[in-house]
Design a protein around this ligand. Structure first.
Ligand code: AMP
Length: 216
């Protein structure tokens, strides 16, 4: 199964990709997570990406394409992969087509998570993650059962993304509208585009996704 989840920041791509990975073993490939790891490790890529990410702009296509090419051929992607945050421009989508063609394979689905942009800023600005196991939480929508303690692993340290502040979120939304939204007609033209209601509750979104994948 080769899948792209498309949608603006805060649409829930990461949460849903993680669930699909846990249930079916399709590998979640989040370019945002890869870049954050590169920044944290201080690698050359991290040094180049850091300031761009803090402004909420897009990292150059050539760097992103280099990051994904190769990665999709690794053994952990054998059961399939879910691209979360890639492609984000038409140039990236065209490069992905070439990578897949070279491997004599193709995408199965591109799924748009349709959301109301106005609601997204609140969703994003309140989110935080367990520093140990990565479980996601939200100040309003999903607090840990016991305040300050991760429900999954019991850790007591949490992190917030530096680019999850209101000003940067607005820049990220604008980047989505101008550079990523053109992918919707790109994939619709190839008859690959399906939609789910990203404003529904997490379980309902997941149900709709599985229905699209024929795994309901
Ligand atoms: P995300 O975690 O997907 O919201 O990505 C966080 C940030 O990483 C974005 O705001 C961009 O600066 C950068 N980024 C992630 N994926 C890409 C991509 N495919 N192309 C360009 N920049 C990206």
């Amino acid at each position: 199964m080769k899948l792209i989840l498309l949608g603006p920041p805060g649409a829930g791509k990461g949460t849903q990709a993680q669930r699909l990975q846990d249930e079916f073993g399709y590998r979640q490939l989040s370019t945002g997570d890869m870049l954050r790891a590169a920044v944290a490790s201080g690698s050359e890529l991290g040094k180049q990406a850091r300031a761009i990410m803090e402004r909420g702009e897009l990292v150059p296509d050539a760097l992103m394409i280099g990051l994904i090419d190769g990665r999709i051929g690794e053994p952990d992607c054998a059961a399939g992969f879910i691209l979360d945050g890639f492609p984000r421009t038409v140039a990236q989508a065209e490069a992905l087509d070439r990578m897949l063609a070279q491997r004599r394979t193709a995408l199965d689905h591109v799924i748009e998570m349709e959301v109301d942009e106005a609601a997204l800023v609140a969703r994003i600005v309140g989110r935080f993650t367990c520093a140990k196991c990565g479980t996601g939480y939200h100040d309003t929508f999903k607090r840990p059962t016991k305040e300050g303690v991760c429900d999954v692993c019991g850790a007591t340290e949490f992190t917030r993304r530096k680019d999850d502040n209101e000003e940067t979120v607005r820049t990220r939304m604008a980047a989505y509208r101008s550079q990523t939204a053109p992918l919707l007609p790109y994939y619709a033209g190839r008859k690959l585009l399906r939609k789910v209601d990203g404003m529904a509750g997490m379980d309902e979104v997941y149900r709709q996704l599985k229905a699209v994948l024929g795994r309901a």
